[in-house]
Write a protein that binds this ligand. Structure first.
Ligand code: PEP
Ligand code: MG
Length: 908
């Protein structure tokens, strides 16, 4: 731990820089950086993130050594600003703001105008030559301090404010007269006295200590904890606290405050983008109290400040080599920069910006690849409304298109309702006056978000984009009545539960449920739109092409149908990593034959039934191979327990009982047939079917099934070979636990291959491998590798069996575990590196020792999870296989881990 806890930034002294995010937090590090490169930043100091845990350890107290450093830096600030904290004539006012290493927008606390009391207010008023302004600052301080420092719910202050505005008949805060503000201050103070039994503190040092303490404490408020869980931010990082000289955007008409992006965060277009409010303080913009004015207006209203803003923000983008999200304040036409950070953006914008920055020569392709979160690519595949359907629905309101994508759902008015309804399997749209960090659980449960107030950088907009949820915000026509659970938009009245549709790309709101249709990229991939007609598709393919040039891991797809295979290929899959043959049997026409096969009493009967399935299976494989044009295709032999193909036991019993009640005699034949089926169902039923008669155990006890599947595979290959198509089949055996099991299945498959090759006089190149999905196989990987030409980790079953946790049933307590941090991740989503992962590592090493050229992949759902892809790369797998739609995500993740490794190598 370092000895220094407080870092100053000001004109002649800057103690931090952008690289010090660990100890200064993002905001502190960037304030120091901006001050360092000569941008107009109000001076101040940052208390390091290390103090956050020291504070908690000391029982929520600022340790004495830190206190001394705060005092030293406060004096330094006083000297620099030529003002004095608490001086009745020339008071220094400061802001106290949180700032963690990773941005957590709106999750923690802020207090502005600190240092005001009944005496210093006179000094401020006199210096400003305007008492109204000083009163406005004071009422803001008491409000924020009451909420943050004294933990009085902010709604209580808001209610008083609303009443006052109503009483004096004004709409906006800035219209409140001096007298009204004075009364407001008295009302606020009465509230504080009533709630805490104490007066609002007049001692400015006490104000400062309480505000700093409140910010440190806010690291552990429930919404900050939830946010960290959702965004995988470790709990022990802590927040820094930034104390900075106040500049005033509420200093009359030539003052303003705003936020913006150096490029459009929704589309990625290169334009200064954002909004501001005249005569306001920072919190007003993000809180969505007034709908702000677009930044383009500033050019007309205050051309010199706008020009300066453009120059500084351009400089910031070049300096940071990335799109910046900035905050600024203009006090009497003078511009100050209050924050800069990398701008959060939609998936669509992320790709466009990354490609544009390369083409503008600002970043390299490798740097561009690191700028996009792999999961953000999912957003490009979001559905849009079907144009024809959309035209049939009336637009009831229009707001700001804050987060792209189309969503339809039933109207709910609170975050809790959203969560509750989602649990009942409903789709909902959360409709709010504005959202706040307290709503994130509801936003996460909704299809989309609609708000009445707020701009493009309001909470709903920022969080919507981050979650990849469509959002329409600042929809001024909306009149919400939260109590009656109804909202009005023009003449339309929408009650709770009624369907609405929102278009986060155009900002339109519709009554009713509009069908969605696939995104532009999906349309191209499906061949329904020409690539030349989709700019975003061109960006997407260019970007992923760069990823392919870098990555080491192969990326395949789990697909069973030619249609999916086509999509997988278009998304860049380099083969099929898993074709689950059982899916092919569930089709209506085939089910009777499968049933017949299961009900057969003799081998001969079974063979006969299987021979009826053979042509279907051959056609399946033919289609799949053909579509994959010579890329390897891994076909897995039948895996699930046979009872999955039969009706449920209870259903059969009911059906028989009903037939017997009806007319037993007439139904005799049918009853007999069903009773036979019931007997078979009973015989096949198992308490733990996932641990029973499935996988290779089926193929061993019913070799005819494997014979049929192998025949279908090799017949299909021969046909394609005759058509001069390239085919490379890999046959994979599921649920293998011992080398003998694999040897048994291999023998059958090799025999069939010989027969088919002999019949057709064609030489077939193929390989036989196994899933590694039960611990015994992983442990004895060296033995298994003597038989297997390749391994593919079935991490769904492997996780299930290593944890002793059902992949289908465990969800109830799992949700509790995750919510309470007992487990950090869901092991069925992200590979559990220290358990399942260790065994995988072991199996790779042992397997390759026995067979050096052993090919190893993964085909569990983890193959599409970026963090698991990183892990697979690190342990030396050859490829990952995931659903067709996750292929782009896996390609990017595979490129990123290669680059990260290269970077780490350079640093060593
Ligand atoms: C697995 O177990 O990881 C796997 C891919 O097989 P399935 O999900 O079909 O059991
Ligand atoms: Mg499995």
């Amino acid at each position: 731990m370092s000895e220094k806890y407080v870092y100053f930034f000001g004109k002649d002294r800057v103690e931090g820089n952008r690289k010090m995010k660990d100890i200064l937090g993002g905001k502190g590090a960037n304030l120091a950086e901006m001050a360092g490169i000569g941008l107009p930043v109000p001076p101040g100091f940052t208390i390091s993130t290390e103090v956050c845990s020291l504070f908690a350890e000391a029982g929520d107290k600022i340790p004495p050594g830190v206190n001394e450093e705060i005092v030293v830096n406060l004096h330094r600030l006083e000297r620099l600003t030529k003002q004095k904290f608490g001086d009745p004539k020339n008071p220094l006012l400061v802001s106290v703001r949180s700032g963690a290493k990773f941005s957590m927008p709106g999750m923690m606390d802020t207090v502005l105008n600190l240092g005001l009391n009944d005496k210093t207010i006179d000094g401020l008023a006199e210096k400003a030559g305007e008492r109204r302004f000083a009163l406005d600052c004071y009422r803001r301080l008491i409000h924020m301090f009451g909420d943050v420092g004294l933990e009085i719910p902010k709604e209580r202050f808001e209610t008083i404010l609303r009443k006052k505005k109503k009483q004096v008949k004004v709409i906006q805060d800035f219209e409140l007269s001096e007298r009204a503000l004075q009364e407001l201050i008295s009302d606020y103070r009465r509230l504080i006295k009533k709630e805490t039994g104490k007066d609002f503190p007049q001692d400015v040092k006490k104000q400062l200590i309480m505000a700093i303490s409140a910010v440190f404490k806010s690291w552990n408020n429930p919404r900050a904890i939830t946010y960290r869980r959702l965004n995988y931010i470790p709990d022990d990082l802590g927040t820094a606290v930034n104390i900075q000289q106040m500049v005033f955007g509420n200093f009359g008409k030539a003052s303003a405050t705003g936020v913006g992006f150096t490029r459009n965060p929704a589309s990625g277009e290169k334009e200064l983008y954002g909004e501001y409010l005249f005569n306001a303080q920072g919190e007003d913009v993000v809180a969505g109290i007034r709908t702000p004015t677009p930044l383009s207006n500033l050019e007309k209203e205050m051309p010199s400040a706008y020009k300066e803003l453009k120059t500084y923000t351009n400089r910031l983008e070049k300096h940071y080599k990335d799109v910046q999200d900035f905050e600024f304040t203009i006090q009497e036409k003078k511009l100050f920069m209050l924050q800069t950070r990398s701008g959060k953006r939609t998936g669509m914008a992320a790709i466009k910006i990354a490609v544009d920055l390369v083409e503008e020569g600002l970043v390299s392709k490798e740097e561009a690849l690191m700028m996009v979160e792999p999961e953000a690519l999912h957003q490009l595949l979001h559905p849009v409304f079907d144009a024809g359907e959309k035209a049939k629905h009336a637009v009831i309101a229009t707001g700001l298109a804050a987060s792209p994508g189309a969503a339809a759902g039933q109207t709910v008015f609170t975050a809790d309702e959203a969560v509750e309804w989602k649990k009942q399997g409903k789709k909902v749209i959360l409709v709010r006056e504005e959202t706040s960090p307290d709503d994130i659980h509801g936003m996460s449960a909704s299809q989309g978000i609609l708000t009445a107030t707020g701009g493009m950088t309001s909470h709903a907009a920022v969080v919507g984009r981050q979650m990849g949820k469509p959002a329409v915000v600042g929809c001024g026509e909306l009149r919400l009545d939260d109590e009656k659970k109804i909202f009005q938009a023009g003449r339309a009245k929408i009650k709770m539960g009624e369907w609405i549709s929102i278009d986060g790309t155009s900002g339109e709101v519709f009554h009713g449920q509009i069908q969605t249709q696939p995104s532009e990229i999906i349309q191209v991939v499906r061949g329904e739109r020409e690539p030349e007609d989709s700019r975003i598709y061109q960006y997407f393919t260019k970007f992923l092409f760069w990823a392919d040039q870098v990555k080491r891991l192969g990326v395949r797809a789990n697909t069973d149908t030619p249609e999916d295979a086509r999509i997988a290929l278009a998304f860049g899959a380099e083969g099929v990593g898993l074709a689950r043959t059982e899916h092919m049997f569930f089709e209506k026409k085939r089910l009777p034959f499968i049933k017949e096969m299961i009900l057969s009493e003799t081998k001969e009967e079974r063979r006969k039934a299987l021979s009826k399935l053979l042509p279907f299976q051959k056609k399946d494989f033919y289609g799949l191979f053909r579509e994959m044009r010579g890329h390897p295709v891994t076909i897995r032999t039948l895996d699930p327990p046979l009872h999955e193909f039969l009706p449920r036991r209870e259903d059969l019993m009911v059906e028989i009982a009903v037939l017997k009640c009806d007319e037993e005699k007439k139904n005799q034949a049918k009853i007999k047939e069903l009773e036979k089926l019931l007997e078979r169902v009973k015989a096949l039923s198992e308490f733990n079917p996932m641990l029973g008669h499935r996988g290779c155990r089926l193929g061993i006890s019913y070799p005819e099934i494997i014979e049929m599947q192998a025949t279908a595979i090799f017949e299909a290959v021969c046909q394609l070979r005759k058509e001069r198509e390239k085919v490379y089949p890999e046959i994979m055996i599921p649920l293998v636990g011992t080398k003998e099991e694999l040897a048994n299945q291999k023998k059958i498959i090799n025999r069939i291959a010989e027969e088919v090759m002999e019949n057709h006089k064609v030489k077939i190149d193929y390989s036989i491998g196994t899933m590694i999905e039960i611990p015994r196989a992983a442990i004895t990987a060296d033995e298994i590798a003597q038989e297997a030409e390749f391994f593919s980790f079935g991490t769904n079953d492997l996780t299930q069996t290593i944890y002793g946790l059902s992949r289908d049933d465990g969800v109830g307590f799992l949700a509790y575990y995750l919510a309470n941090g007992i487990w950090k991740n869901n092991p069925f989503e992200t590979i559990d590196e220290s358990g399942v992962g260790e065994l995988m590592k072991w199996a790779v090493e042992k397997g390759r020792k026995a067979r050096p050229n052993l090919k190893v992949g993964i085909c569990g759902v983890h193959g599409g999870d970026p963090r698991s892809v990183y892990f697979c790369h690190k342990i030396g797998l050859d490829y990952v296989s995931c659903s067709a739609y996750q292929v782009p995500v896996a390609r990017l993740a595979a490129a990123q881990i290669t680059l990260k490794e290269k970077d780490a190598g350079r640093k060593h």
